[in-house]
Design a protein around this ligand. Structure first.
Ligand code: ZN
Length: 144
């Protein structure tokens, strides 16, 4: 029982810390967008979140659960702060943003080698997977 309580306390502390970090990051993102008179593009995950939750019935370690929860909180903070500061937010179709090549547009599951590594099987582009996905999100925001 003692261990359980300690874990719970630590979890609360971790949540507070993650919340502070999210406040800080979202503030910086919105301030930067405001400075450059630009638009913030986010993936529209409303339709996706349910499916994702369904597929993750397996217990995950504390850090991963926190990571997921923290990710959605960060999005909420960005949306909220953007609205407060008059920065437009564009939501784009999240389909294949992580599998599509930002250079040639080729979409394949094989492009995403690992969580971090993107390598296009068509044109050979090598990039950080998150960076490649963010370029796709940006392009979709411009097109829409
Ligand atoms: Zn490519």
């Amino acid at each position: 029982m003692k261990v359980k309580r300690k874990l719970k306390q630590r979890s609360k502390k971790e949540q507070r810390m993650a919340r502070d970090v999210n406040h800080c990051i979202s503030k910086k993102i919105v301030e930067k967008a405001q400075r450059h008179s630009s638009v913030i593009a986010l993936e529209n995950l409303n339709g996706l979140s349910k499916n994702k939750q369904k597929s993750k019935t397996v217990m995950k370690p504390q850090r991963q659960r926190l990571g997921r929860w923290s990710f959605f909180q960060l999005r909420q903070f960005i949306e909220y702060k953007a609205q407060m500061n008059g920065v437009p937010v564009v939501f784009v179709d999240p389909k294949y943003t992580s599998q599509e090549c930002s250079s040639c547009g080729h979409i394949a599951k094989e492009n995403r080698k690992t969580q971090d590594h993107f390598e296009c099987v068509s044109c050979g582009l090598v990039a950080n997977a998150d960076y490649n996905a963010s370029l796709n999100i940006r392009r979709r925001a411009i097109v829409s």
